[in-house]
Design a binder for this molecule. Structure first.
Ligand code: ADP
Ligand code: MG
Length: 744
């Protein structure tokens, strides 16, 4: 045994490196968890833990049932007497299904949901307990609001907050707890959550879209917002996950050299699902179905160990509740399968990150999808009206839409050549684009050529039949028309859908209100309705033209072209967030009754704070790991090399030594260079953090974190990743990318 080997043997037992190898061994010994197959058909047990309409019918009086349905369909309030009846029915059903507790479940402004369980029990005068639940407890509760973020809305002397029942999303049983979806507001009525403004925005777009739909069909009395989310995620083995403190604490790898092979061969997308992952998915689906979450699609995504779930679309508020429930369930079920789910938008550098495409559409109570091209010219004029107004809304509010989705985590994904660019544009496909071009060219007073006439099939209002080519897709567009809906693809995988849906529905409502005013003004001048609509649409087409882009959103040319068109391209989170606070946007939300000024400011404050915290935590974790994992490992290996050089010198002649030791000496220098750089950069990073921490103004502080601290994350990392390539594999403490992504 030479000195190198003996040193090596001693060092190999370094606890950290051993942790990595043990984790790998554990993974190699895993078997897929046996998931019992459900004996019944999915339809037999679907929604068994949901207090849905069939169950309400069974457990409620006719009167109480009607009150709830009325509340769901028409937004009427449920009085206390009725609420008492509903509470009794709910309790009976819940207890028959094993529930012992109840909770008000809400979406605070954190990344997740909140619940506090209370037992049904109450003490009787003789000291025994009875199970009780009342309309009062169902309708409203008062959790201590002071520990939830509010961005300064909620003064400490007004710490009270209320949760209030949202009957439009049915109660469900989670484990042994009857769970009641609620909104969360402050004592003074300001929204402290994601659901309240979402409901407000949905209500606004309902009203505005109904008014427009009535131009075409007087029977329309309401319009529903639909959301179908596609949830991307990574599954990482628990043992490997636990051996990566950066994954545990920040949800992403702050270091790690790319694997020589990752997704270059496109061999993961839609490929056969690995068996442990399949078992996980089946287990998860069984549970999701019982909670009434209509999961439809599962598949492998582009990156190794990356997957996707998509449900059948639903009403947006319910769909969003279901997304939050599913994310929670995904984490829980993963534990049974010795997996951890990563929802982070960019857990691994250099390969695809995860998003949550928001498929969005509007349907009338008469069953018409307003984004479906119709079979006749009249319904096509309606279709075009909604498409063109959407274009204008997106064009006018690019910055707001971006602000709704750009977070510290999602900023790694946007513009990273595998995800939507940080420039907003709309893809319409060739057919719809052609239509708009024809409408734009159709001059009201000019006689059209026979060709133009044929092309437009001028039945009424110059609106031709539209035949969509379903293969006309564009994966590089952040906002794409996909045949009967728009797909907002820039939403982050870890995000609550609400901010994106609030902004989208708000800007759409505003646009439709303006559209109606313009059309009505023309009608008043004695112009026919269809003609008036056509005229306004023509203007909108012209005025929103720069937002239309059917080409490659990832290309360099597009960045240049977009700049020429005056489209904004913002990558910085603090800069993007500032869009919310522009006067015109404050006015927009205030006039629609979605956010008053203080609610909006509070919310944006929370976002700035989140951004600061995320960068701060990442900087701390990276600093720690660099100092106490990486540098010591590098030093150890350097020592081995130094010993080796000394030994060579002892054994060989001076001449031979020079030749033999040259490469080793270079390596020692190289390692030394990285160690020095890491130490210096970490120190600088800490200094910048200290400077940023004393800044009082949140916006300025966020900017300091963005511009001064954040660059060090990449900088320090680059040295670590180079060390990873040269340090002895057996000493390296953290599971490598090739292991995290391929050992399963
Ligand atoms: P793709 O990956 O091709 O976009 P997926 O099947 O993964 O398609 O997901 C499409 C999502 O869009 C599903 O959640 C689906 O229910 C939803 N969706 C389909 N039609 C509509 C619609 N009209 N409105 C809203 N969402 C829709
Ligand atoms: Mg899609």
């Amino acid at each position: 045994m030479n000195i190198f080997e003996s040193e090596h043997k001693k060092l190999k037992n370094t606890i950290m490196a051993e942790f990595r190898f043990k984790a790998l061994e554990e993974v190699l010994n895993r078997k897929p968890v046996e998931v019992a197959r459900e004996d019944n058909l999915t339809s037999d047990y679907y929604a068994m833990y949901v207090f849905d309409r069939p169950k309400m019918k069974k457990y409620l009086s006719r009167e109480a049932y009607k009150a709830v349905v009325d509340a769901i369909e028409n937004g009427t309030t449920i009085d206390r007497k009725m609420a008492d009846q509903v509470a009794q029915g709910m309790k009976s059903w819940a207890m028959e299904n094993g529930a012992t507790h109840y909770t008000h479940w809400f979406h605070p402004l954190t990344d997740g949901t909140a619940e506090k369980h209370d037992a049904f029990i109450e003490l009787s005068s003789d000291g025994s307990v009875v199970e009780a639940f009342s309309g009062k407890l169902l309708a409203q509760q008062e959790p201590d609001a002071s520990s939830f973020p509010s961005g300064g809305i909620r003064q400490t002397f007004e710490a009270r907050g209320y949760t209030a029942w949202d009957p439009s999303s049915p109660a469900f049983i989670n484990g042994t707890t009857l769970t009641i979806p609620t909104i969360f507001i402050s004592y003074t009525g300001e929204a402290l959550d994601n659901k309240t403004p979402l409901l407000r925005a949905i209500h606004k777009v309902d009203k505005a879209a109904t008014d427009i739909a009535q131009y075409f069909d007087k029977n329309v009395s309401s319009v529903r917002t639909n959301l179908g989310w596609e949830q991307e995620y990574f599954l990482i083995d628990e043992a490997l996950f636990m051996a990566r403190p950066d994954l545990v604490l920040t949800g992403r790898t702050l270091m790690g050299h790319s694997s020589s092979k990752d997704q270059q061969l496109d061999d993961h997308y839609f490929s056969s699902i690995p068996s442990r992952a399949t078992a996980y998915m089946i287990d998860l689906e069984n549970e999701a179905y019982k909670l009434g979450i209509p999961l439809k699609t599962r598949h492998n995504e582009v990156a190794p160990n990356q997957f996707e779930f998509a449900p059948i679309f639903e009403e947006a508020n319910l769909a969003n509740d279901h997304n939050q429930m599913l994310m929670d369930l995904m984490k829980k079920v993963a534990r049974r399968h010795k997996f951890r789910v990563l929802f982070h938008e960019k857990p691994f550098a250099g390969i695809n990150g995860s998003g949550k495409h928001n498929n969005w559409s509007l349907t009338t109570n008469t069953g018409v999808n307003l984004y479906s091209p119709g079979k006749n010219p009249k319904s096509n004029l309606q279709f075009l009206t909604f498409v063109i107004n959407t274009l204008k809304a997106v064009y006018d509010n690019q910055d707001l839409l971006r602000a709704s989705i750009l977070t510290a985590a999602n900023s790694h994904r946007l513009g990273a050549n595998e995800a939507p660019p940080s420039i907003l544009s709309v893809f319409l496909g060739t057919e719809v684009s052609k239509m708009l071009d024809l409408m734009e060219e159709a001059v009201v007073d000019r006689k059209m050529t026979p060709d133009e006439k044929t092309a437009l099939k001028l039945n009424i209002g110059r609106i031709p039949e539209i035949i969509l080519d379903s293969t006309d897709r564009n994966r590089t567009s952040p906002f794409a028309f996909t045949g009967n809906r728009f797909e907002f693809r820039a939403v982050g995988s870890s995000a609550n859908n609400a901010p994106a849906m609030i902004v989208l529905n708000a800007i759409m409502a505003k646009q439709l209100i303006e559209f109606k005013a313009s059309v009505d003004a023309i009608i008043e001048k004695g112009i026919k309705k269809d003609e008036a609509i056509f005229q306004v649409l023509k203007d909108l087409i012209i005025n929103s033209k720069p937002i239309r882009f059917n080409g490659d959103g990832y290309s360099e040319e597009w960045v240049k072209e977009a700049a020429k068109r005056g489209l904004t391209n913002i990558k910085s989170v603090p800069e993007s967030l500032s869009a919310y606070l522009r006067d015109e946007n404050k006015k927009l939300f205030d006039e629609l009754g979605i956010f008053n000024e203080s609610e909006l400011e509070g919310r944006v404050e929370v976002e700035y704070e989140k951004f600061i915290m995320k960068i701060q935590i990442e900087a701390r974790v990276l600093g720690d790991l660099a100092t106490n994992h990486i540098v010591p490992t590098a030093v150890q290996y350097q020592t081995v090399l130094l010993e080796n050089v000394k030994n060579i010198k002892e054994v060989f002649s001076a001449e031979e030594f020079e030749e033999l030791a040259a490469a080793r000496k270079d390596l020692i220098r190289e390692i030394g260079g990285h160690i020095t750089a890491i130490k210096a950069k970490v120190k600088e990073m800490i200094e910048e953090r200290k400077k940023a921490n004393v800044i009082e103004n949140t916006v300025e502080k966020a900017e300091a974190y963005d511009k001064k601290v954040r660059p060090y994350l990449d900088d320090v990392r680059s040295h670590i990743d180079k060390l990873e390539l040269i340090v002895d594999n057996e000493l390296w403490p953290l599971p490598k990318y090739r292991e995290l992504l391929f050992v399963r």
